[in-house]
Ligand binder design. Structure first.
Ligand SMILES: Cc1cc2nc3c(=O)[nH]c(=O)nc-3n(C[C@H](O)[C@H](O)[C@H](O)COP(=O)(O)OP(=O)(O)OC[C@H]3O[C@@H](n4cnc5c(N)ncnc54)[C@H](O)[C@@H]3O)c2cc1C
Length: 300
């Protein structure tokens, strides 16, 4: 990240919310579930599948966790009722992991039972920052025999290769592999672009060659090319994996993968709590700094 972009990233908290919202509009379906359904329908018409995420990450009470649980259940019922091609992604901290692990498990079970009762919809546990890695994997391990679920591994984490071996050994079926979005210390995470890419491809090959279904979540052309090479080498049928991208990101690449016949899923966040999500995405991508300054100066 160059100095200019670093300065913009540091200034994000003081940038007026209205401007952040304008810049973020393409990355978030909208405030309501109706917005999410509309966006998923458009994606389905393009040939993409979706995974819906209710924005509600930073909670302070168990009653917030209950609200998020109800909302996720509402999403599941809507997916079935509206017959849209989507599953659900959840974050355990938004369901109370940090406040009361037992309560969180109860909330997760409520969501998973709803998913099972509405067409056995798949539910993905997103991976958050390192204090939650083991607890997320443990809960996934505990529930995977009962429900249609999967978890996420982050290629920047040094532990991920071992975690994948454990997932293979314990009979897990489905992972999403991404680079990882949080700022982790060098003691536990790879920091360099090339070492993260190398670990991504190592983890991907390990997972695919051992029968795990993988959501290959990246917009990095280098990794997409590497993934295609592994897929060809292993002679994998297209039902054994899918590509995944975030809403509003690298759309031409998304369309070209669909055109090539690959399964592709788009992550569709929605909800009134859009600010935290936007700030993370904006900090993550230096190029966005330019969009923010443009919005500041032009008001568009
Ligand atoms: C479907 C999906 C689910 C995810 N789930 C998780 C999760 O559970 N936990 C987690 O830690 N992380 C998650 N991530 C985020 C992920 O870890 C990365 O931070 C993010 O995808 C960027 O990495 P990249 O592989 O696309 O490579 P990068 O090198 O970051 O990006 C490659 C190129 O893609 C474009 N690009 C990437 N991001 C953006 C953006 N935000 N805006 C505009 N352009 C962009 C740029 O052109 C960039 O040069 C998820 C990502 C995806 C796609």
């Amino acid at each position: 990240m160059n100095l200019f972009n670093k300065l913009i990233a540091a200034a994000l908290p003081i940038i007026p919310k209205g401007i952040v919202r304008k810049v973020s509009a393409r990355y978030i379906a909208g405030d309501t579930l109706t917005d999410a359904v509309r966006v998923v329908r458009t994606l389905n018409a393009e040939g993409a599948m979706a995974t819906v995420d209710v924005l509600g990450e930073y909670i302070t009470s168990l009653s917030d966790a209950e609200t998020n649980t109800k909302y996720s259940c509402e999403v599941l019922k809507t997916i079935e009722r509206e017959k849209i091609d989507s599953n659900l992604s959840i974050k355990l901290t938004s369901l109370g992991l940090d406040l009361d692990a037992g309560h969180c498990e109860k909330n997760v079970r409520t969501i998973l039972e709803t998913a099972r009762g509405h067409g056995n919809i798949f539910v993905r546990f997103d991976m958050e920052n390192s204090p939650y890695t083991s607890r997320t994997l443990e809960l996934h391990d505990k529930l995977k025999g009962e429900f249609n679920i999967g978890v996420v591994l982050q290629a920047y984490m040094r532990r991920s290769e071992d975690d994948i071996r454990t997932l293979i050994a314990n009979g897990s079926r489905n992972i999403r592999l991404c680079k990882g979005i949080y700022n982790e210390s060098e003691t536990i995470a790879f920091k360099g672009r090339d070492e993260i890419r190398a670990n991504y491809l190592r983890c991907l090959e390990l997972a695919l060659s051992n029968g795990l279904y993988v959501g290959i979540a990246t917009h990095d052309p280098f990794l997409i090319a590497g993934a295609k090479e592994i897929i060809t080498k292993l002679k994998l049928p297209r039902e054994r994996y899918e590509f995944q991208m975030l809403l509003g990101v690298t759309e031409p690449m998304r369309r070209s993968l669909i055109k090539e016949g690959f399964r592709l899923r788009v992550y569709v966040p929605f909800g009134a709590d859009w600010y935290g999500y936007s700030i993370r995405r904006l900090k993550e991508n230096p190029a966005m700094a330019g969009h923010i300054t443009k919005a500041i100066f032009t008001g568009r």
